[in-house]
Design a protein around this ligand. Structure first.
Ligand SMILES: Cc1cc2nc3c(=O)[nH]c(=O)nc-3n(C[C@H](O)[C@H](O)[C@H](O)COP(=O)(O)OP(=O)(O)OC[C@H]3O[C@@H](n4cnc5c(N)ncnc54)[C@H](O)[C@@H]3O)c2cc1C
Length: 480
């Protein structure tokens, strides 16, 4: 009853099929062992995946925890359309033909045996393996074809071999420099090894990505959830953390000069703790919108400067016909949209909704456009590749003829300010360790950007980072 009220107050409802989460959290491996005697308390800043998981682990150990969240809902960059109450989203949600959950942020589970894959598996949530349900298409020279369709094309073969060998690349330069492909293959390279990692092939460190991929330990399968919105799964898994969250609490200052750390929010309210976990996006730390007094050590701030977090747009479009092919999963190689995703593949009989992800300089450019003009540019690209079918089959409101689209511009979200972190040229995966280095056994950094175990930029990375910081905190309590 209490839980239902908490969820209702958040304006969030759970999808069918989720089982009692308390049972799961009581069985999970991070919840074993005795409670830890600790007279202090921990504040977690940010109720994204990393903040929720860290708070849950500490709570389960009997440690007093409070979570301060700037926004109005838990999940951060995990945000499901069905859980949104804004009029803008409701209108699209009501009209959308998609009979599967549409995601505004994270939508693909990487690895069936990864940190997130295991949580989803524990809940017995039905998933679809994208690679088994459909296959990718690749755009080269204005034409989209399958892998088999491009057999014998030397540009395509060079691209494929670079991407599949990416974990072994050793280079001091960018992805673009390391790949050294012809101009015809640049857009494909950019989509698969630039946009995919959060920016463009010119900006991203080849070695940084190579080392990250090499460190990955899961099976790398790509899965979608068949029926459950991601935010529901998070809420269900971390239901015991919900009462500990203070929403609408944007942290502006952290005074850590004395034993008691003082955290101030935008309204001037102060909260105190003895240990602090900072689980906000890297963009927020880099923007300086949280003041540290005293300033953070150079080792931390230098590490911030080695990583980027660029603009990011998610656009969802409904069509009247699946003109790109019912057996197509991703479409790679667009210059306006580097990543088209046939998000209903394998989980719906309606394959007519596309989920588009644009990162980096292109997203920055498109972010300046009105929604109408953004959609026009996207349809123009689809029209060129698919002979006018983009504009021909886009779904319009029957009453006013307006195109039905959904845009989530993450760059404009004041508490996210971008997509995902990525290593700038010169940065290595090891630099992520400095990004997550704790200060004085009292300030701890969590979040996807701080994961050096191979999953940065993903929900897995956020979860892994929470295991790391909570291990550090627990060790520092047990062995002060
Ligand atoms: C469009 C898009 C698509 C993606 N696709 C995938 C995918 O398919 N698969 C995948 O695994 N990952 C994907 N990701 C990445 C994944 O969403 C993130 O890696 C993960 O959710 C990050 O979790 P986090 O806890 O580190 O940070 P966040 O989720 O960003 O949480 C940080 C929290 O801190 C809060 N905050 C910020 N500033 C303050 C402040 N001053 N005071 C208090 N609170 C503050 C924010 O409101 C937010 O709730 C995608 C991301 C985007 C944007």
């Amino acid at each position: 009853m209490k839980r239902r009220t908490a969820l209702k107050n958040l304006g969030l409802g759970l999808s069918a099929g989720l089982i009692a989460p308390q049972i799961l959290s009581a069985c999970s491996k991070d919840n074993q062992g005795p409670e830890i005697p600790y007279n202090g308390n921990v504040i977690v800043i940010g109720a994204g995946v990393a903040g929720l998981y860290a708070a849950d682990i500490l709570r389960s150990k009997g440690i007093a925890v409070t979570v301060l969240e700037a926004g109005t809902q838990p999940g951060g960059r995990v945000r499901s359309l069905r859980n949104q109450t804004d009029a803008q989203y409701q209108t699209y949600n009501n009209a959308s033909q998609a009979d599967f959950p549409v995601e505004l942020g994270a939508e693909v589970i990487f690895g069936s045996n990864s940190a997130w894959g295991k949580i989803v598996g524990d809940f017995r949530i039905s998933t679809v393996e994208i690679g088994a349900a459909a296959s990718p298409s690749y755009i080269l020279g204005g034409q989209a074809k399958s892998d088999a369709g491009w057999q014998g094309d030397s540009d395509f073969q060079a691209l494929k071999s670079f991407v599949s060998n990416l974990p072994n690349v050793v280079s001091g330069g960018s992805i673009k420099e390391a790949a050294n492909l012809t101009s015809r293959a640049q857009a494909l390279l950019n989509s698969q090894a630039g946009n995919w990692f959060g920016s463009s092939a010119e900006r991203i460190s080849a070695s940084g990505i190579a080392q990250m991929l090499k460190a990955q330990t899961h099976d790398g399968k790509h899965l979608t959830m068949r029926n459950n919105p991601w935010q529901d799964v998070l809420i269900s898994r971390f239901v015991n953390v919900l009462p500990l969250i203070k929403f609408n609490t944007e942290v502006k200052a952290i005074d850590w000069g004395s034993d008691v750390i003082s955290v101030s929010d935008a309204g001037g309210t102060q909260y105190t703790c003895t240990k602090l976990i900072i689980a906000v996006p890297l963009s927020i730390l880099k923007s300086g919108s949280i003041a540290f007094n005293p300033a953070l050590p150079n080792t931390n701030t230098n590490a911030f400067s080695k990583f980027g977090m660029d603009a990011c747009i998610r656009l969802v479009l409904d069509f009247r016909k699946n003109f790109w092919g019912t057996d197509t999963s991703y479409i790679w190689g667009g210059t306006t949209v580097p990543q088209y995703f046939n998000s209903g593949a394998g989980r719906s009989q309606f394959f007519r909704t596309m989920s588009l992800t644009i990162n980096g300089p292109k997203a920055q450019e498109l972010s300046a456009l009105s929604e109408e003009n953004l959609v026009k540019q996207v349809l123009a690209e689809l029209d060129l590749i698919y002979s006018g079918q983009g504009t021909g089959f886009i779904r319009r409101d029957l009453n006013d003829g307006k195109i039905m689209s959904l845009v989530k511009d993450w760059t404009k979200d004041p508490f996210i300010k971008g997509g995902i972190s990525y290593p700038l040229v010169g940065a290595t995966n090891g630099d992520r360790e400095a990004l997550g280095a704790s200060v004085d056994n009292r300030l701890y950094f969590a979040g996807e950007a701080t994961d050096a175990s191979g999953d940065a930029g993903t929900v897995n990375g956020a979860l892994n980072s929470s295991l790391r910081v909570t291990d550090e905190i627990i060790s520092s309590i047990i062995n002060p």
